[in-house]
Design a binder for this molecule. Structure first.
Ligand SMILES: NC(=O)c1ccc[n+]([C@@H]2O[C@H](COP(=O)([O-])OP(=O)(O)OC[C@H]3O[C@@H](n4cnc5c(N)ncnc54)[C@H](O)[C@@H]3O)[C@@H](O)[C@H]2O)c1
Length: 428
């Protein structure tokens, strides 16, 4: 493990936190290590760095070590985002006394190996979604989490959309009975970056990703649907799985992939070789909830014109709610108990101090963004590990396994053209 040079003249423009005690995670702070340094590595680093500024935390996070694969890139990442150390062997962080929690922000096929090793080393784990690339690995993770829980070790999964104020408010409204009996859940997560010009990233390889749009996007929708309704899916009734783009350009590395993608979009092909995409580009399915609601889910990376359109609508006997991530500060609310002449969709700006997380950021209607969901989740994790409570429930491995079972049921349903009950999948 290499110690980052602090405030060296070679890096004058980089903000480096002031000198920290040697055993940083042992002075009441929560020592955090992160595995993975790209998209989620950045989102989580920002969250760990900011959460104690917005929330009063008994056990504020301390950013101890970032683990990546490339030494110079990981050093630069650690300096830029405020990690005290950098290393290239992720197992080293498991031996570090000043690390209390391991944040797993790597591709899906690595979640099981990294999380189980961290739990066995006595570290709390906050793992990215989906829980794993396979149901079998997800179950191994749950068994490890159960064993660790007996020793006071916690697990968390980064289903960050639960912590959008509007989604958290929807959860509370259902819990308070404001929607009454739930009839419908209508959810779709539409993206459009997965066209033929996009190369064969890990996200298109089933041995690394498990699935495509399904595990990536439907995982969020299933979690949001379960979270808001407080109900569980018991059956996937039918499903469609489609891979539109069967071959994609092969590129050597992630950064090369991104630059190749840009060049290909310019019409100049840069690669001669291509490989098979082994994941879905889109999965649609229908499901039933335990308490009678029926649901539709759609996830795709080929919905041209929809860049990150994560939407969910819930219709109950007394009212309805609608959420669209592209207007993430707002919850649409229909109060069916009003005098009919006054009924209509109202737009609730969920930034008031009375809204979940609202009081932690800015004055009402001074809107928040994507990163705040992660900041709120990091704060909730630190609060729980400091002996307090999260603002709204945090998913642990056991909870995320329920979402993984629904993902698996939808894939079986699509491939075997039949209804798949969840009880077929949730046994150990
Ligand atoms: N919660 C969300 O909204 C959200 C959004 C995007 C991604 N994700 C999830 O986050 C995870 C990471 O996705 P990403 O978009 O950050 O991917 P990414 O490709 O941007 O980054 C992956 C990181 O993992 C590292 N890595 C890969 N193999 C490794 C290995 N063998 N050892 C150590 N490090 C390794 C890479 O170097 C890179 O730093 C995935 O599970 C993904 O599903 C969640």
């Amino acid at each position: 493990m290499t110690q980052k040079s602090r405030g060296s003249s070679a890096t004058p423009s980089v903000h480096v936190p002031s000198a920290q005690p040697k055993a940083a995670g042992r002075d009441g702070a929560l020592g955090v290590a992160i595995l993975g340094t790209k998209f989620m590595g950045r989102a989580h680093s920002n969250a760990w760095g900011k959460c104690a500024q917005f929330f009063d935390l008994k056990r504020p996070p301390r950013m101890i070590v970032a683990a990546g694969r490339n030494a110079s890139e990981t050093e630069a990442f650690a300096q830029r985002w405020g990690w005290s150390r950098a290393c290239t062997q992720w197992r080293e962080v498991l031996q570090a006394d000043d690390v209390d929690l391991v944040d797993v922000s790597t591709p899906n096929h690595l979640h099981a190996e990294m999380s189980i090793a961290a739990l066995e080393a006595g570290k709390h784990v906050a793992c990215e979604k989906p829980l794993s690339s396979t149901l079998a690995d997800a179950k191994r993770m749950v068994l490890a989490a159960r064993a660790a829980k007996k020793k006071g070790v916690h697990t968390f999964v980064w289903f960050n959309y639960r912590r959008c104020s509007a989604v958290a408010l929807a959860h509370r409204l259902v819990k308070e009975g404001k929607l009454g009996r739930i009839f419908h859940v209508r959810a779709s997560y539409l993206q459009d970056w997965g066209g033929p010009d996009t190369p064969l990233l890990w996200r298109f390889q089933s041995d690394q990703a498990g699935s495509g749009a399904h595990g990536d996007l439907n995982a969020h929708l299933i979690d949001m649907a379960r979270f808001i309704t407080g109900d569980e899916i018991i059956e996937v009734v039918g499903a469609i799985e489609e891979t539109f783009i069967k071959e994609r350009a092969i590129v050597a590395s992630h950064s090369e992939a991104l630059s190749a993608s840009k060049k290909l979009k310019g019409g100049k092909g840069v690669t001669k070789s291509s490989g098979k995409s082994t994941v879905d580009d889109a999965v649609l399915f229908l499901a039933r909830f335990k308490h009678g609601a029926v649901a539709s889910f759609e996830a795709t990376r080929l919905a041209t014109g929809n860049q990150n359109r994560n939407t969910i609508e819930i219709n109950g006997e007394l009212g309805s709610v609608k959420f669209d991530f592209e207007r993430m500060n707002e919850l649409q609310w229909w109060d069916g108990t009003l005098d009919p002449k006054l009924r209509g969709w109202s737009r609730i700006m969920c930034t008031d101090a009375s809204h979940p997380y609202g009081g932690h950021y800015w004055p009402a209607a001074h809107v928040v963004g994507y990163e705040h969901g992660f900041v709120s989740q990091a704060a909730d994790i630190a609060a729980v590990l400091g002996g307090g409570a999260s603002v709204v429930p945090l998913p642990d491995f056991e909870d995320a396994l329920k979402t993984q079972c629904v993902l698996e049921a939808a894939i079986r349903s699509a491939r075997e053209h039949r209804a798949v009950p969840i009880r077929e999948l949730d046994k150990f």
